[in-house]
Design a protein around this ligand. Structure first.
Ligand SMILES: Nc1nc2c(ncn2[C@@H]2O[C@H](COP(=O)(O)OP(=O)(O)OP(=O)(O)O)[C@@H](O)[C@H]2O)c(=O)[nH]1
Length: 206
């Protein structure tokens, strides 16, 4: 068992659903709440997402670590999360006051889930452009995540998606575990995501 450091929060979801865009909005929101944050990104064979986040300047470069996941993004967050656990341990060691380590998975399919050896809580990000039948397919990520995020809600009129129906189906398959909507272009819904994470994994008030 690890010595208690920062809370570890996973962010998974299909390719392009908006995981990095969510981080770009969520990190500044958490920092405004005076929380100490670091990020680990997982890419297949590059450090692209980490470099993208570093370029935004939202966090000091050394608070953003990259794990190269190899061929299977879910392997390093579920079957053998050693690389991510080592990265998180090194952030805990380097920044003793850290509150949260956000671990972004590489883009994967609806079956991807996080090992609870790695994270205390995990979000799964889908987007409306993927279609409103995604929740009905009952992928483990959609069903089992602690928080489901339906992103890109601004696009629903353009892709013919019935958003209320999509949310209702998501809530049904999740047995009333939470579902939140976000628009990472504008920041809509991000405060609610920060509230959910804080309430779930932080012992002190933000
Ligand atoms: N319209 C709209 N576009 C968005 C939103 N969120 C993300 N995008 C766009 O969607 C595309 C993919 O976003 P990313 O944040 O790169 O997605 P990702 O899940 O990190 O992608 P991978 O790491 O490749 O799996 C980008 O062009 C974003 O600008 C949103 O809420 N609305």
């Amino acid at each position: 068992m690890r010595i208690r450091g920062a809370a570890r929060v996973g962010i998974g979801g299909p390719v392009g659903s908006g995981k990095t865009a969510l981080l770009e909005r969520l990190v500044p929101t958490l920092l405004r709440r005076r929380l100490e944050v670091a990020v680990i990104t997982n890419d297949l064979v590059t450090q692209e997402d980490a470099e993208r986040l570093r370029r935004t300047g939202i966090l000091a470069r050394e608070r953003i670590l990259a794990v190269e996941a190899g061929a299977c993004p879910h392997t390093v967050i579920r079957e053998d999360p050693t690389l991510n656990m080592e990265a998180a341990d090194s952030l805990d060691h380097a920044f003793p006051g850290l509150d949260l380590i956000l671990i972004e998975s590489g883009g994967d399919n609806l079956a991807s889930t996080f090992s609870l050896d790695l994270v205390d809580y995990w979000l799964f990000v889908i987007d409306v452009a993927g279609g409103d039948d995604i929740p009905r397919k009952r992928g483990p990520g959609v069903v089992q995540s602690d928080l489901l995020i339906v992103n890109k809600v601004d696009l629903h009129p353009y892709v013919g998606v019935d958003l209320p129906r999509m949310i209702a189906q998501a809530s049904t398959v999740r047995g009333n575990r939470p579902v939140l909507c976000t628009n990472c272009r504008t920041g809509e819904g991000i405060d609610a995501v920060a509230d959910a994470i804080s309430n779930a994994v932080l012992s002190r008030e933000p």
